[in-house]
Ligand binder design. Sequence first.
Ligand code: NAP
Length: 283
Amino acid sequence: MSQISKLAGVCGWPIHHSLSPLLHNYWLRETGIKGVYIPFALRPDEALRAFRSLKQTSISGVNVTLPLKEIAYEAADEVTDDAEKLGVANCLYKRGGKLVAHNTDLEGFAAPLLSQMGANELSGATVLIIGAGGAAKAVIGALLSLAVPEIRITNRTDDKAAALADIVNLPSFYAVPWAERNQSLRSADIIVNASAAGMKGMPELDIDLDGALDSAFIYDLIYTPRNTGLLKQAKARKLRHLGGLEMLIAQARPSFKLFYGRPAPRDSDPTEALLHALKTGVR
Ligand code: NAP
């Protein structure tokens, strides 16, 4: 008797831009798992009902992208610690008859950083986060879990960074005025761009790495373009650096394991396939 295909997918509105089908179907081919991964366009006003009905279907789980992440969180019977930290879910799966909301962005941010830097160096690092939107919240959640000793946050709109510092409410976490960002980065071990600046079609991030420590590590979450202005500055200064494609791949790995029951292979790299899709627009 032939094995039934495992079915999963990604929900969003719109959804045509999502790279998740490419990543998951790439790993399905590499592992030989009999499964499919499909993009589902899901209207926000139908999403709560659709997510709640997942338990009555043979779908293993779904990833969730904008603007449905809050609705996915609300729809679940249970939430994981990582989803609770952010109050939004990018992954819904079934466990013991319950619908579980999870968020893989924290692991997605942390895993590439840990593999490049190591837990020891991270445990003594001062981090400057640029940006105060959804991506910055995932970065904060991950860095707090890693018990990084000092976290600074700066944002073009100062009030939003200050509001996040109020919510976190820890002496080791504080907001730096946007006007002081270049001064603050001089004593930062890790500088994370979690803002949209530098993304294709957006202005470059207005920051100057000239004063950064020689040992500084630059992590730009942007992946289109791959070589952002910030990463160009980092390369010119011969600073260690990491782009956003690594996080994009790392945040998809935990979902793959949850949906198909086996880890995504480590020895086959989807980067080239992703770059081709980004260049041609073909998903
Ligand atoms: P968001 O919630 O819309 O927040 C955007 C942030 O960017 C805000 O803090 C905003 O500041 C700031 N910003 C926008 N234009 C700016 C500019 N010209 N100069 C300085 N700051 C600017 O977006 P998000 O979801 O946090 O995503 C942010 C970026 O992270 C996106 O570009 C996305 O590509 C990237 N990202 C990557 C991954 C990955 O897997 N690699 C995952 C998630 C996100 P204001 O508050 O002043 O408007």
